[in-house]
Design a protein around this ligand. Structure first.
Ligand code: F6R
Length: 242
């Protein structure tokens, strides 16, 4: 596990984008696993800049996203489909037909989880999976629990996650209560993992993930069992780590 400490969110984002750019440059037809939320926005901005400067070509890249809210249609501004188009897909030359997310409008959880899992597996191995860390230690929407879920599944979001994410919605009542998420097994099968963490509110979860016991109570702790993880975290997120 490589840990890179940065002074700021901006520096974290630049470093993360450099790593993703190197993967795309070395393997133009790579498969990227992508995340949403505030953590990767700066990284996507930096990737867009590299594309605009002519330094990066996404035309052969395939992407699979970690998660999607159950019940939100693509046109909903809070859907992760919308987010990905807003921050990355519509701003670079990626082929939209090679970008995949769980389908939030399929309300049949078992069917959607099985469909997405089979799809991701059929596409091959994720070359680099980008992750953010939840304040409660979740990765993807794998919430703290008593076991690690292997494949894509439907998650009941924890109250703390609904609280954390209500900033994107009009009120906590508008935050969907469920989401589809890749499982821990799906994430761990990626060749490389890149975790970006910013802000003091993540400090405890980051410390627990890196130094606490490996336990499904802190889903991020499982990353210690992965052979190629890079964590890029700003000073605030690292503030509890000496
Ligand atoms: C989003 C995802 C989540 C977020 C996490 C942190 O696709 O998988 O695990 O990465 O909730 O969210 P932010 O970055 O908004 O603090």
């Amino acid at each position: 596990m490589r840990i890179i400490k940065t002074k700021s969110y901006e520096e974290m984002s630049k470093k993360a984008a450099n790593i993703i750019a190197s993967v795309v440059t070395l393997k133009p037809d790579c498969m990227l696993g992508l995340a949403t939320g505030s953590s990767p926005i700066g990284t996507y901005d930096e990737l867009v800049k590299k594309y605009e400067a002519g330094d990066l070509d996404f035309s052969e890249v395939t992407t699979v996203n970690l998660d999607e809210y159950k019940g939100l249609p693509k046109e909903n501004e809070q859907s992760y489909y919308y987010f990905m188009h807003e921050y990355l897909f519509d701003k670079v030359n990626i082929n939209p037909e090679k970008t995949y997310l769980p389908d939030g409008t399929n309300l049949n959880s078992e069917e959607e989880a099985a469909r997405y899992e089979a799809l991701v597996q059929s596409l091959g191995t994720v070359d680099l999976q980008l992750l953010g860390l939840g304040r409660n230690g979740h990765i993807g929407f794998n919430e703290p629990g008593d076991h690690f879920e292997d494949g894509t599944h439907c998650v009941d979001l924890k109250e703390s996650t609904i609280e954390a994410n209500k900033r994107f919605f009009e009120s906590a009542d508008d935050v969907p209560k469920q989401a589809y998420s890749m499982g821990i097994g799906t994430i761990m099968r990626s060749k490389k993992i890149l975790l970006v963490v910013s802000g003091e509110e993540k400090a405890q979860a980051l410390k627990d993930s890196i130094y606490g016991p490996v336990t499904p109570e802190v889903p991020g702790s499982i990353l210690r069992f992965h052979p190629d993880v890079t964590i890029i975290a700003d000073e605030a997120a690292m503030s509890l780590i000496k």
